[in-house]
Design a protein around this ligand. Structure first.
Ligand SMILES: [Zn+2]
Length: 350
């Protein structure tokens, strides 16, 4: 490994006189702090480096024989190289090395991650295998965030959505160290983690607002060393609806009516988020007057449901029959105030 020799004691933050137990404790504490799974972005790369250094220091100092050699040779590079070579020979001598693997002898020594892996597992268990035992030591997993789009109808009832998450997982080849015998792990390209796609079902409660963050407890990233999982946050956006406009828990829509329905009153069929309903247009309804359908809105935060407001839109029949024309003529002979009075007044005052 073409890196400068390091002071393994400094890396672990222990004195040269540290006991095996001190070293083990220091390593455990720092491994928890540096583990690349627990970091993102630029910090992750930094932590990967530190984690590898830690890993290397631990591997040497936790082995009484290696520690003795290290103490003897100091950090002199030549000696360290010899030491590495010697160790590598020890590794490759048997059909299966002392740590239960069988690698080709061209590998460069010095990484020591396999040994670390075993140590890691014996200390912390492999990802939840010993969770019960390690609850007090665990580091909670990071929270995940994802977007979810809902139709207005789904807001009414609440909905179960399938959400696909990209979840980083500790690389199973190198058990998170990023290297195998001093070479970058080919499975994870040295990052120590791989990405898995995971689909889960989450329940979105009824009445959710656009832009809400819904927390799904325990569906974030797995914790390390038995720590509990992070949470999943869903950013909810509500798709625009071709009929209904939402205002809090109330809904608004336009209801077309003929002039005689508005004038004489009528029972018409109006849409709701679920089934169409019969509504009464009162006699003498004006253009733009609103009908209120109580409880036909969305679930309200305060309990119950909002209302559905239907704004009347007076429309003309598209086809005018001879009989219609006669009736219009009769209407036109009636005295009505000029419907443009207000418009003309406003235009004058401009
Ligand atoms: Zn790997």
């Amino acid at each position: 490994m073409a890196t400068a020799p390091r002071d393994y004691y400094k890396t672990l933050g222990v004195p040269r006189t540290a006991s095996a137990d001190d070293i083990k404790k220091a390593f455990r504490r720092l491994a928890r702090q540096y583990h690349p799974d627990l970091h993102t972005g630029a910090k992750k790369a930094e932590m990967e480096k530190k984690f590898k250094e830690l890993n290397e220091a631990q591997e040497v100092l936790s082995d009484p024989d290696k520690r003795k050699k290290y103490d003897q040779y100091g950090t002199d590079w030549e000696q360290a190289q010899n030491f590495n070579n010697a160790r590598q020979q020890a590794w490759t001598r048997g059909a299966s090395g002392p740590w239960g693997f069988n690698q080709d002898s061209r590998s460069q020594g010095g990484g020591g991650s396999e040994h670390f892996s075993d140590f890691f597992e014996s200390l912390f268990g492999n990802r939840g295998r010993r969770t019960g035992e390690r609850d007090d030591l665990g580091t909670p997993g990071e929270d995940l965030e994802t977007d979810v789009q809902l139709a207005l109808r789904e807001v009414l009832t609440g909905v179960t959505k399938r959400v696909t998450l990209r979840e980083p997982q500790t690389c199973s080849t190198c058990v998170g160290s990023g290297s195998l015998r001093g070479r970058p792990c080919t499975t994870c390209h040295g990052s120590g983690t791989t990405t898995q796609h995971k689909t889960i079902e989450v329940r979105i409660p009824a009445g959710v607002q656009d832009g809400t963050r819904v927390r799904v407890a325990g569906k974030g990233q797995p914790g390390a060393y038995g720590g509990k999982r992070g949470d999943l946050y869903l950013h909810v956006s509500i798709l625009s609806d071709p009929i209904f406009r939402r205002q809090g828990s109330d809904l608004h829509a336009t209801l077309p009516v003929y002039p005689w329905e508005a004038a004489l009153g009528a029972e018409v069929t109006a849409p709701t988020l679920t089934e169409p309903v019969k509504v009464k247009v009162p006699a003498g309804s004006k253009a733009d007057s609103r009908l209120r359908l109580k409880g036909k809105g969305l679930p309200a935060a305060t309990g119950g449901y909002g209302d559905l407001f239907l704004a009347l839109q007076i429309v003309m029949p598209t086809v005018v029959s001879e009989e219609d024309r006669v009736l219009y003529e009769r209407l036109s002979k009636q005295r009505h105030p000029d419907p443009r009075t207000d418009l003309l007044d406003t235009a004058r005052r401009r």
